[in-house]
Design a protein around this ligand. Structure first.
Ligand SMILES: [Zn+2]
Length: 348
């Protein structure tokens, strides 16, 4: 049996658009709207916002005996203004778990509560090699030693406030999306790559005139990076949940940028063995390029739902992403393999 074809151009177009849509946790509304708008093109789906701001898509299936859910998150790492410094620059607080050196020198946009957007860069407080010498190397990358240099005229607190900036404003890192030779390089492929795979899987099934085997719900969650994304939003009748999130690539890992991975264990312990075995079997049946792996420093929205009391089988699949929570990269092959896996699961 063959799987319906995937519109890979659509997948990359949607992914590029989503990557270019700012959405740090707490400020992910634009990405939810972007996703909802794209899904509006497909008949038979109904979209609802949760009160928390996530998006739940209901998709009727041939059966309702064992409803299924899949989830991916559209929120990303980012920062928030912690303090306006006496020199007019901004001290930040992190949103999500990352190291400051991974965004050092990156361009950023401050989304002020006033509605203004101000460009800037994230720099070490002692950035100039000609002034600070070896301190540029030695200074610890921590909150106190990092700041935003705004591309606006300000040298004091008052002038920055006049720009419309205040404590609590969101700071978005430039994604710097680039697609070359099938490689997709960008910040925040975690987890926008998987949101794109889900949308591409829907398109593939709808275009082929097919329907999922079971009634299906898709949750695009908006608080994953801080640990409670899918804690709510999964309808109570759901019996199993497949979290779709990036696979961790690095030394000693099985995962790579050309395969989809089934994660059997991460920091939260083992996933559901029965559901994992079924996904493995599906991948083998359809010869989907896949790996099996364990992620050492990782948690998912599947576990968030488990911790919130979700009584369902949970498994985790996703494309290999190199340099995760850093300047990330994957390859189209991993995206297509993940999409195939989702399609095969929905039709199983
Ligand atoms: Zn993620």
């Amino acid at each position: 049996m063959n799987l319906p074809p995937i519109d890979s151009e659509f997948l990359l177009r949607f992914l590029t658009g989503l990557l270019n849509t700012p959405s740090p946790t707490g400020f992910a509304d634009q990405a939810i709207t972007f996703t909802e708008t794209a899904l509006g093109a497909f008949p038979g789906l109904s979209c609802n916002r949760t009160r928390k701001g996530g998006l739940v898509v209901s998709w009727p299936g041939q059966m309702t005996s064992a409803p299924r859910a899949l989830t991916a998150h559209v929120d990303t790492l980012g920062a928030m203004v912690k303090e306006i410094k006496s020199n007019g620059r901004l001290k930040l607080t992190k949103i999500g778990g990352f190291a400051w050196n991974t965004v050092e020198g990156e361009g950023c946009t401050v989304f002020a509560h006033s509605g203004a957007t101000i460009r800037g860069s994230i720099l070490l407080t002692r950035a100039s090699g000609h002034v600070y010498g070896s301190q540029v190397n030695d200074l610890k990358r921590e909150d106190d030693n990092m700041e935003v240099r705004l591309d606006a005229l300000t040298t004091c607190v008052e002038e920055t406030r006049v720009l419309g900036v205040e404590v609590g404003d969101f700071v978005v890192f430039d994604p710097r999306v680039e697609v070359t030779n099938g490689f997709v390089r960008s910040r925040h492929l975690d987890d926008k790559a998987c949101a794109a795979c889900l949308v591409a899987a829907i398109k593939s099934i709808v275009d082929a005139g097919l329907q999922p085997t079971q009634a299906t719900y898709l949750l695009f969650s908006n608080y994953e990076e801080v640990g409670h994304g899918a804690a709510s939003g999964i309808p109570p009748e759901v019996t199993e949940l497949v979290a779709v999130d990036m696979a961790a690539v690095g030394e000693g890992q099985n995962s790579d940028e050309f395969h989809a991975t089934l994660c059997v264990k991460d920091s939260g312990g083992p996933y559901h063995h029965g559901l994992s075995q079924r996904l493995r079997q599906i991948a083998e049946t359809y010869q989907i390029a896949h790996k099996i792996d364990i992620y050492p420093f990782y948690g998912s929205d599947g576990e968030a739902y488990w911790r919130a009391g979700g009584d369902v089988a949970v498994a985790l699949i996703g494309p290999g992403v190199d340099a995760s929570h850093n300047y990330e990269r994957t390859h189209q092959e991993a995206l297509l393999a993940t999409t195939q896996w989702i399609i095969a699961y929905l039709l199983s």
